[in-house]
Design a binder for this molecule. Sequence first.
Ligand SMILES: C[S@@+](CC[C@H](N)C(=O)[O-])C[C@H]1O[C@@H](n2cnc3c(N)ncnc32)[C@H](O)[C@@H]1O
Length: 248
Amino acid sequence: MSHPRFQLAHGDAVDWLRGLPDECAQLIVTDPPYESLEKHRAVGTTTRLKRSKASSNDWFAIFPNARFPELFEEMYRILSRNSHLYLFCDQETAFVAKPIAEEAGFKFWKPLVWDKKRIGMGYHYRARYEFILFFEKGKRRLNDLGISDIIESPRIHNGYPTEKPVEVSAVLVGQSTQKRELVVDPFMGAGSVGVAAIRDGRDFAGNDISDAAIELTRQRLLEARGVEKDDVVKTAKRRHRGQLSLGM
Ligand SMILES: C[S@@+](CC[C@H](N)C(=O)[O-])C[C@H]1O[C@@H](n2cnc3c(N)ncnc32)[C@H](O)[C@@H]1O
């Protein structure tokens, strides 16, 4: 069996998505840098804003809430007919993102909870969890109906800023795709979604506005024995169309 493949791009997430064909991906898992981060930084309720190992910047640029309509519209367009979208999300942004995603056509099911197992920062009850909003386009059955909506995994210390554990994305990828299907992340950071996808035999296409993020992700995906190719999206679209016509 051939190794899973990946394709990486550098640019603005929405611009990148606009260049992808309709219905080419079977899953999106993503984690945009929400503008609520700026608010936490302004009032000093987060210390997770130090220089990152992966970047010469103090922090990456935020993605404004005002751009959600174009982001959800593009994510909806590139997902194949029966597929899922998972959005890592803080509690405040969840209220803003949900109606805009529904307006774009997604069905909202529920927030999953990533339980970090130990308390972190915060003055209004110490933070121990994050939401992962679970959306659907069309109808797709989860692969294992026995999995809980709370995913436990310790937070990452001293990694890329806001890096998510591969184990969390592994649950999402395992639930919502089959082998060789295409997983997409337009804000991939250190590539935790890509690593989960490649390790589990899925193809991956990712994008980030930071060169350092791309280099870091590339190293991790090569270590996971992924093969870098520039036609991953195109091939995935062709393969998926072939499977549909065979009634698979
Ligand atoms: C919250 S981090 C993602 C972390 C990732 N989930 C991980 O596990 O490492 C958000 C990423 O979005 C990138 N970013 C910021 N603005 C962007 C934009 N307009 N388009 C694409 N990427 C952007 C940042 O460089 C950062 O790497």
